[in-house]
Design a binder for this molecule. Structure first.
Ligand code: PMP
Ligand code: GLN
Length: 385
């Protein structure tokens, strides 16, 4: 029999799936994969129930491939309101099956075989797989711990005439870093000098602490016309299973993205789009309570980790925290993660899975604190035992 695709043969199971399974198998508290262990807001779930019953509007049939109009309109309205960014809902916004499909469709739409794509490591794992499926060449730039800044020389050297696309994630998983104005200006000038595109993954845009603000790269001069901005509602509404995301990009890029999306999934679950469209109208009322809840969880978990003798890197956003392990063990991240699962019954993520060049990931574990307070307290109790 002939072999399956050589690119696909090189793929392993995602670290998130592996660790969640390992946590279950060992009956460990699962602080690995990023998802809440509590349900999303009941008022949004109620909206979805109402949407499902609008059958006379063909809501339970195929949606338009670009997404339903009401959802594209509210996404557009929110970019204007929060960031003063103008996106035409008809031609510049496309609804996708979560940010993961937005990432895949964007990369497939922009990258030719042999094109170079700059990625900052540690990175979200789907970037690399999507680049490889497109035949692109990943060019990693390592964010140096503990402040996760790039080295300016390394960044400049990563750019070449073959660079087609740069991928940035802010707020950043796994570090919790928010890229600041100076960093974004530096990156922006290289993107313009080398005439590349930017894919900006902003799925944690509303999950910020200590009054930090989110800076979408598309707001920087000259970047909007070459940027695909991606977000989704999984984190914002605590409904990671709903998989509603989107891309915002100039018309020509959006057209290319829609062509990939069309032949991959064609369209996105329509009742859920309808519910999300209504829920996004209420962001102003919803966000303060959402932020307060996660700020409390972050503070509880950080204090607990400190009480256990760890020295966590306090995240400015996201629901992850990176914890240096060198003072605690001679083991690398993978082995220490296994030890904690087996002996303390607490699962985390070994971040070396998010690197292809540097080995800094071996010195950390990533914990997710999107969990009930009782789950976090139980995990801390186990870690301190
Ligand atoms: N980007 C980043 C940085 C993520 O952490 C995640 C997953 N949690 C995604 C994209 C995927 O988002 P979605 O669940 O909407 O596909
Ligand atoms: N982004 C999530 C995390 O970082 C996981 C998403 C997934 O499992 N694909 O944990």
């Amino acid at each position: 029999m002939k072999e399956t695709s050589s690119v696909v043969k090189s793929f392993k199971e995602s670290i998130f799936a592996t660790l969640t399974k390992k946590a279950h198998k060992n009956q460990a508290i699962n602080l690995s994969q990023g998802f809440p262990d509590f349900d999303g807001p009941q008022w949004i779930i109620h909206l979805a129930k109402k949407s499902l019953e609008k059958g006379d509007k063909h809501i339970n049939q195929y949606a338009p491939l670009e997404g339903i109009k009401s959802l594209r309109q509210i996404v557009s309205k929110n970019y204007k309101k929060f960031y003063d960014l103008d996106y035409n809902p008809n031609t510049e916004i496309t609804i996708t099956n979560g940010a993961t499909e937005a990432i895949f469709s964007t990369i497939l739409a922009l990258v030719n075989p042999g094109d170079e794509v700059i990625i900052f490591e540690p990175f979200y794992d789907s970037y690399l797989a999507s680049i490889q499926l497109a035949g692109g060449i990943p060019v990693p730039v390592t964010l140096k711990t503990n402040d996760f800044k790039w080295n300016s020389n390394e960044l400049r050297e990563a750019f070449s005439s073959k660079t087609k696309l740069v991928i940035l994630n802010t707020p950043h998983n796994p570090s919790g870093k928010i890229f600041d104005t100076l960093e974004l200006e530096e990156l922006s000038s290289l993107i313009k000098e080398f005439d590349t595109y930017l894919m900006s993954d902003e799925v944690y845009e509303f999950l910020l602490f200590d009054n930090n603000i989110h800076l979408p790269p598309a707001t920087f001069k000259g970047l909007k016309e070459r940027t695909v901005t991606i977000s989704s509602v999984g984190k914002t509404f605590g409904l990671t299973g709903w998989k509603i995301g989107w891309t915002c990009a100039p018309e020509s890029l959006s057209h290319a993205i829609r062509m990939v999306h069309q032949f991959n999934t064609f369209c996105v679950n329509q009742p859920t789009q309808d519910a999300v469209a209504s829920a996004l109208e209420k962001l102003d009322d919803y966000l303060p309570g959402f932020r307060e809840m996660y700020q409390k969880k972050r503070d509880l978990f950080i204090k607990g980790l400190k009480d256990c003798g760890y020295n966590p890197i306090v995240p400015k956003g996201t629901y992850f925290v990176m914890v240096p392990i060198e003072e605690h063990t001679k083991l690398n991240d993978v082995d220490y993660c296994t030890e904690l699962i087996e002996t303390k019954k607490v699962a985390s993520i070994p971040p070396s899975a998010f690197y292809i060049k540097g080995d800094e990931g071996k010195k950390y574990l990533r914990f997710c604190f999107a969990k009930k307070d009782e789950t976090l307290k139980a995990a801390l109790k186990n870690l301190s035992s």
